[in-house]
Design a protein around this ligand. Structure first.
Ligand code: HEC
Ligand code: HEC
Length: 241
């Protein structure tokens, strides 16, 4: 009997501790939900991918949380449930991205540039609106991310416009013709191969089109938009067909 009692006390003590962490938070000043219908696949999922998956995705699950899957995203935490459909102001995920919970700002602040940018007001507004609109997360793979990206349909037009003036045919700068799949694979005179299908880290093209290759004469001429860079990454990730 004594044993049972102490187990009981321990259990109660523990849950009291857990509940204690879920302190009431002041949501009066957080960004408002955007006043429109939001699209989960086009707006919400890509945002989570950009800002959260590096720590809460297929590879890492910091705090035992992953939000790249429906099963993982809706988690009950010590700070309350992450996502309460219809009630963004009660969702601990919103409290975290708004820095309302001590030491639990998400993404966590960091000195490393570009890695942990806080969500913007607009992004928080989109997340809140999605939750308020029922937090609908479709079953199965997210269409936006299974759509195949091909050189002919998606990449060639981007390269032709952004690179074509200097990188077309026999006269191409550095011997790199950016307008044909075979030539892109072959690479340039100095750099050799710049694309390794399926491997972003080994594809120096990403550094080049991010405008970060300082060895090039005009790195800024090589810089594509964030959207275009994302497209090229997706193309390489999917095998660069
Ligand atoms: C750089 C890594 C990193 C990024 C990026 C990041 N987190 Fe976290 N997250 C953590 C760590 C570390 C913890 C565990 C913190 C702790 O328990 O003290 C955590 C914990 C959490 C938890 C609590 C899980 C639990 O059960 O206690 C949630 C929810 C969460 N993060 C959501 C997010 C969301 C949403 C984003 C994107 C907007 C995000 N995180 C981005 C590192 C990250
Ligand atoms: C204004 C002209 C210009 C534009 C636009 C341009 N580049 Fe370049 N690029 C250069 C020059 C100049 C070099 C250096 C050539 C050399 O070393 O002789 C170069 C070099 C390169 C190389 C290295 C080639 C080698 O020597 O191996 C690659 C790869 C490359 N560019 C890709 C691109 C891509 C992709 C784009 C479009 C996003 C682009 N460039 C846009 C001028 C340009």
């Amino acid at each position: 009997m004594k044993l049972v009692l102490s187990i009981l006390v321990a259990a109660v003590g523990f849950s009291a501790l857990a509940a204690d962490k879920a302190k009431p938070v002041d949501v009066s000043k957080i960004p408002l939900p955007v006043p429109r219908k939001v699209d989960f696949e086009k707006e919400v999922y890509p945002m989570l991918k950009e800002s959260c998956f590096s720590c809460h995705g297929p590879e890492k699950q910091k705090g035992k949380y992953r939000c790249d899957t429906k099963e993982g995203a809706f988690k009950d935490t010590d700070y309350g449930p992450t996502i309460v459909p219809g009630k963004s102001e009660q969702s601990s995920l919103i409290h975290m991205v708004c820095n309302l919970i001590d030491e639990m700002m998400m993404p966590p602040p960091s000195d490393k540039k570009g890695q942990s940018e806080p969500l913007t007001k607009e992004q928080i507004g989109i997340l809140r609106a999605w939750i308020d609109q029922g937090a609908v997360w479709p079953v199965g793979p997210i269409q936006e991310f299974v759509k195949p990206v091909t050189f002919a349909a998606d990449i060639q037009p981007v390269f032709a416009t952004a690179c074509g003036a200097c990188h077309t045919g026999a006269e191409a700068k550095g011997g790199f013709d950016a307008t044909q799949l075979g030539a892109v694979f072959k690479g340039g005179n100095a750099y050799g191969k710049v694309v390794t299908p399926g491997d972003l880290k080994k594809s120096s093209l990403i550094t080049i089109i991010s405008g970060l290759d300082e060895d090039l004469p005009q790195p800024e001429k090589h810089k594509l938009t964030a959207k275009e860079i994302a497209l090229v990454k997706k193309w390489i990730e999917q095998g660069a067909k």
